[in-house]
Design a protein around this ligand. Structure first.
Ligand SMILES: O=C(O)CCC(=O)C(=O)O
Ligand SMILES: [Fe+2]
Length: 444
């Protein structure tokens, strides 16, 4: 499948929901063959566990994407969830605007997201794990506040059953994520039982995760009269990006297939359409991808893949990624059992690791590697990403800033941020600007 670019410079028409001001547009050409079928398909019900684990290792370390079948989320729930999403986006624009996210609340409705500093052609609503972990409390209860803010749902009159269905789907995704994260770490070690450090990390993530469910609606993007010009930059549903968290569970649209994954490592190839592969969803599957934090934990063995979403001139598209994210306080570092050096807890310099790698006790089959990343404080990474979604802060924070050889100031800034931050309060860019701002990373 080849994306076509429509290359004149006329602005596309304004959508009734207020998506305005795009120039040019990418669309999907459905006439080409479906190269996307190369994305691995993994059956979670496979009774042969060592085969399952091997398939996961292969998928996460090559594509970073796979389609999961027999995942255990009941199909009636997927159907109700899809209906709930459609009903929500069909609400009048002013009703959705009342739920708009803002500088002190990352959760809610939006139609102005920037990905890599470009505006996306979509509307969305984010719903996240409540600070209290108790879905029975009112959404705006003070105990529910956390760095990401608090949830905003339409009323039961506006969108009957919406909250109930979303909460049920969210809980199912949390359960599935924690199961997948465990299998992925076993795949990393290549063994039946995780080492203690990894097991404790998984338990903390299960108890303290700061995941959120994003529901996306991509309206058709009118491109009439535009000329195709491959390689030029135009409106995309979402610009190329990597997901920041540990893993993503994505429910795709059955009808409109416009998610693409990069088959290249070098970001310089981003404009080359032939290097993008469409992920055609297998019926009843969920599309899974690894995120930046899994890449750091695995010391780069797992790949956080670059992906993008094209626009379609005629079809609407709905999708829902569930981002499984660690606790805000979590310092994400390469698992020590895979590395020749370790970093002290005070974030000091790396020192030699006492671990022996393929040791007798755990039978860890992977060789020890040189340490590739500094520890990354998830709450800091997330706060900067959220701040960047709302306002143009200059260079977006990336895992490359955490590479051992990087001289980025983020390592020092996250240390200062950790001393000040209260993760039980919504993030406020202005309050932390003096810590976060520095000439080379953030424009004030
Ligand atoms: O809509 C999709 O298929 C993917 C969405 C996505 O990549 C994201 O929201 O991060
Ligand atoms: Fe994504």
């Amino acid at each position: 499948m080849t994306p076509k670019h429509n290359g004149d410079d006329r602005e596309s028409s304004s959508d009734s929901n207020g998506l305005m001001g795009y120039r040019k547009s990418w669309k999907v050409d459905d006439t080409d063959d479906a190269t996307g079928n190369e994305i691995p398909i993994i059956d979670l019900s496979n009774p042969n566990r060592s085969q399952l684990i091997e398939q996961l290792y292969e998928a996460c370390s090559t594509w970073g994407f796979f389609q999961l079948i027999n995942h255990g989320i009941p199909s009636h729930l997927l159907t109700s969830f899809r209906h709930a999403m459609c009903n929500f986006f069909a609400l009048p624009y002013d009703v959705k605007l009342q739920l708009k996210r803002h500088a002190k609340n990352a959760r809610g409705y939006f139609d102005d997201e920037l990905t890599k500093r470009k505006r996306d052609w979509k509307e969305a609503i984010d719903v996240g794990a409540p600070g209290s972990r108790d879905w029975n409390l009112p959404d705006d209860d003070v105990q529910n506040a956390c760095l990401d803010g608090y949830n905003q749902f339409p009323s039961g009159d506006e969108c009957p059953n919406f909250r109930d269905v979303i909460v049920e789907y969210f809980q199912q995704c949390s359960k599935l994520s924690s199961h997948l994260a465990r299998l992925m770490t076993l795949a990393l070690s290549g063994i039946e039982i995780n080492d203690e450090e990894i097991e404790m990390f998984l338990e903390r993530m299960e108890a303290e995760h700061t995941s959120y469910l994003r529901m996306n609606y991509y309206p058709p993007c009118s491109t009439e009269g535009n000329n195709h010009k491959p390689g030029s930059s135009g409106a995309l549903g979402i610009s190329p990006h990597r997901d920041a968290g540990f893993l993503t569970i994505l429910l795709q649209d059955d009808d409109c297939h416009s998610l693409q994954v990069a088959r290249f490592e070098d970001d310089d190839d981003i404009e080359d359409d032939d290097k993008w592969v469409t992920v055609h969803p297998v019926p009843d599957s969920l599309t899974i991808n690894t995120g930046d934090m899994a890449m750091i934990c695995s010391n780069g063995r797992f790949r956080a893949p670059l992906h993008r979403v094209l626009t379609d001139p005629e079809k609407k598209r709905y999708s829902a990624p569930f981002f499984y994210n660690p606790g805000y306080n979590e310092l994400i570092a390469p698992f020590a059992c895979f590395c020749k050096e370790v970093i002290a807890e005070d974030l000091g310099e790396p020192s030699n690791n006492d671990a022996t790698g393929c040791d007798d006790e755990t039978n860890n089959i992977r060789e020890l590697q040189a340490l590739k990343y500094h520890p990354c404080l998830w709450g800091y990474f997330r706060a900067l990403r959220f701040a960047g979604d709302l306002t143009d802060l200059g260079v977006e924070i990336q895992t490359s800033h955490y590479k051992m050889e990087s001289k980025s100031s983020h390592i020092e800034k996250q240390r200062r941020f950790l001393e000040l931050v209260n993760f039980e309060e919504p993030f406020d860019v202005e309050r932390y600007r003096h810590v976060l701002a520095s000439a080379e990373d953030i424009q004030t």
